[in-house]
Design a protein around this ligand. Structure first.
Ligand SMILES: Cc1cc2nc3c(=O)[nH]c(=O)nc-3n(C[C@H](O)[C@H](O)[C@H](O)COP(=O)(O)OP(=O)(O)OC[C@H]3O[C@@H](n4cnc5c(N)ncnc54)[C@H](O)[C@@H]3O)c2cc1C
Length: 279
C-alpha cells in the first residue's frame, strides 16, 4: 500500500537578494517586505525524497507556516509533483521561534490527517537552527531521525534509513509513523516542467488560519515563543589595504614584519637560492 507523506517546506528570502535583508531592531525578526522568497533549498531535497518514496500509489502533501504569499512556493512544490498543499497563515503565527513554529506545524499536520511519514529539510537557509524537525516529532510523539541520506520501504510498517554524521554512517529501521529530516546529499531535486506548472494550478491548496487549528494560544507566534533574541549586531566587514613600497627584498622584509606583528610565526632562512634547482 502507498505511503501518505507530508513534507514541511519553508519559503526563505532569495539568496540572490541577501544584501537587501534587514532585521527589525525592535521585533528582532527578518524584514521580508519587498524581498522575493524561494523554496528553502534543503526542502527541495525533502520533497524529492518524498516523491521517490511515494511511488505510484501514495500521496504527498506539502505544508508551510508562512505569510500568505507562500502560496507561490507551495504551487512550485505542486508543480514538482506534490499532490496537495496546506498553507498555515495568520498574524497570530508571526514572529514564532522554533517552539511555536513546530507546534503550529504539528497542529496543521494533525488536522490534515493520518500521515505515515513527515519529511523535512535538515535546516532552513535563514533561521538555520535545525531545531524544527526534532521539535515537530516531539509534538507528534513520533520517533525521528536527522540527516537521512537514504530511505527505503520494508515489508513491515517501518523504513530502513541511513543517516550521516560528520564521521560515520548509521543504519536504522524506524517504525512508522515517523519523521525524517533529509540530508541535502540524499538526492538531486527534479526540475519543474511546464506540464507540472499547468497541473499545479488545479491541485488542491488549503489555507488554514488560527481558528482552524486546535492549539493553545500560549504556544503560538511571538507571544508563545519561549526564546527571544537578546541583541542583534551587524558585523563590520572590511579589509585594510596597505601598499608596501620598495624593491622586492624591502617589500618581503616589511611583509614579514607585519605578519609577525599580527601574531604569525614566520621562520626565515635560505629556503630557495635563485638558479638552484630544488628537488
Ligand atoms: C533574526 C532572527 C531571530 C531569531 N530568533 C530566534 C530565537 O530566539 N529562537 C528561536 O527558536 N528561533 C529564532 N529564530 C528562528 C525563527 O523563529 C525560525 O525561522 C523558525 O522558528 C523556524 O526555524 P528555523 O528557520 O531555524 O528552521 P530549521 O529548524 O532550521 O528548519 C528545518 C526544517 O524544518 C522545516 N521548517 C522550518 N520552518 C518551517 C515553516 N515555517 N514551515 C514549514 N516547514 C518549516 C523545513 O523543512 C526546514 O528545512 C530567529 C530567526 C531570525 C531570522
Amino acid at each position: 500500500m502507498g505511503l501518505t507523506i507530508a513534507v514541511c517546506i519553508k519559503p526563505v528570502p532569495d539568496p540572490a537578494q541577501y544584501d537587501k535583508i534587514t532585521i527589525d531592531p525592535v521585533r528582532k525578526t527578518v524584514v521580508r517586505e519587498g524581498i522575493p522568497t524561494v523554496m528553502n533549498p534543503c526542502d527541495k531535497h525533502a520533497l524529492e525524497a518524498a516523491l521517490q518514496l511515494r511511488g505510484t500509489d501514495g500521496s504527498v502533501t506539502v505544508v508551510t507556516m508562512a505569510p500568505p504569499n507562500a502560496e507561490e512556493t507551495l504551487r512550485e512544490a505542486l508543480a514538482m509533483g506534490a499532490d496537495k498543499a496546506i498553507l498555515l497563515t495568520d498574524r497570530a503565527f508571526a514572529g514564532a521561534d522554533t517552539w511555536a513554529t513546530s507546534c503550529t506545524l504539528a497542529a496543521g499536520l494533525r488536522k490534515a490527517g493520518n500521515f505515515d511519514v513527515i519529511i523535512t529539510g535538515t535546516e532552513s537557509a535563514d533561521g538555520a537552527t535545525t531545531q524544527v524537525p526534532a521539535q515537530l516529532a516531539e509534538w507528534m510523539g513520533w520517533p525521528h531521525l536527522w540527516n537521512a541520506v537514504t530511505i527505503e520501504k520494508t515489508n513491515e510498517p517501518a523504513l530502513r534509513v541511513r543517516t550521516k554524521t560528520e564521521t560515520e554512517w548509521s543504519d536504522y529501521q524506524i517504525q512508522m509513523p515517523c519523521l525524517l529530516a533529509v540530508s541535502r546529499e540524499s538526492n538531486k531535486p527534479r526540475l519543474t516542467s511546464l506540464m507540472g506548472v499547468m497541473k499545479a494550478r488545479k491541485k488542491p491548496l488549503a489555507v488554514w488560519c488560527r481558528p482552524d487549528l486546535e492549539v493553545d494560544d500560549a504556544d503560538l507566534g511571538m507571544a508563545g515563543s519561549p526564546t527571544q533574541p537578546g541583541a542583534i549586531y551587524e558585523l563590520e566587514m572590511g579589509r585594510k589595504g596597505i601598499t608596501l613600497l620598495g624593491d622586492t627584498d624591502e617589500i618581503v622584509a616589511q611583509l614579514i614584519e607585519k605578519l609577525r606583528a599580527a601574531g604569525l610565526a614566520i621562520e626565515t632562512g635560505s629556503a630557495c637560492v635563485p638558479g638552484e634547482e630544488r628537488l
